[in-house]
Design a protein around this ligand. Sequence first.
Ligand SMILES: Nc1ncnc2c1ncn2[C@@H]1O[C@H](COP(=O)(O)OP(=O)(O)OP(=O)(O)O)[C@@H](O)[C@H]1O
Length: 266
Amino acid sequence: MNAFLEVRGAAKAFGGNQVLSDVNLQIAQGEIVGLLGPNGSGKSTLLNLITGFTPADAGSVHFDGAPIERLAAHRIVRTGMARTFQLPSMPTKMSVMEVAMAAATAHHGVWDTLLGTPGARQAEGDARERATHLLHELLLTPVRDLPASALSGGQKKLLGIVCALMARPRMLLLDEPTAGVHPNLRRDIVAALQRLNAQGMTLVIVEHDMHFIREVCTRCVVLDRGEIVASCRPDELARNERVLQAYLGTAAATTTPSTPSAVEAA
Ligand SMILES: Nc1ncnc2c1ncn2[C@@H]1O[C@H](COP(=O)(O)OP(=O)(O)OP(=O)(O)O)[C@@H](O)[C@H]1O
C-alpha cells in the first residue's frame, strides 16, 4: 500500500496503564477507514497521538511522506490533517458563523488577525466565504446566527466538522461523529462524509455504530487493549475471530451462536 498516513511502532502509557502498544497502521489516500474497538481500547488516544494532542512514548507518524510526530497540533493541521472531537464544546456567546470564522483564524494565525494586515483582511473575506459554503453543505445555514451553545448535540457535531474543514484538510479524523445523533441528522452526516470522500478527502472515523460502519467505511481497523487485532472489510468483521474475541472474549466467541449480531450491537 502507498501510505498517505503511516503510524509505526506507536506506544503510549498513562502512569502504569499501557494504553497503546506497538501500533502499526497504514492508510491510503481516498480510503474511509473505521477505527473500532471496545470501550477503553485506545481509539481516541490513537487519534490524539496522530493529531498531536497527545505525545507518543515511542514510534513515528508520517503524513504524506513527512514525519509529523514532533509537531504541535496546530502545525499538524497546516500539513493538511484535521480532526473533530467526541464531545465538541462550544463557546456560549459566539454565533455558529463566528465559531466557524474563529476556526479559520486559529488555522491562519492570530497575530495577522489582531494587527489587521491586508493579508488578514483578505483571509477574513476568504474565511467568511468558505464558512458560508460549509455551513450550507452541512445544513447549518438556518442556525448560522444562533449562539453555538444553543445547538443540539448533533448540530454541534456538524459544526465541529465545519470547523475542521475550514483548514481545507486532505485528511479528516472524526471521533464518534454520530454518537447520540438523531437518525435524520445521522443520515445528513453520512451523506456529507460521502460527499467529502467523493471530492478526494481521506477519512478515519472512530465509531461504535455498525450500521454506520457498513454504510460508510471501505475498511475497518480494530483495536483491542491498545493493539491492532484486525484490518478487514466491514462485511468481514462478524466472521473475524480476533474481532469476536475483542468484543466478547474467547469463550463466548467460540461457543455462542449469536456472536455476529453481538458484534453488530457492540
Ligand atoms: N489523559 C489521560 N490520562 C489518563 N488516562 C487516560 C487519558 N486518556 C485516556 N486514558 C485512558 O486510556 C484508556 C483508553 O482510552 P481511550 O479514550 O483512548 O479509549 P477509547 O477506545 O476511545 O474508548 P471509548 O470507546 O470509550 O471512547 C482508558 O483506560 C482511559 O482511561
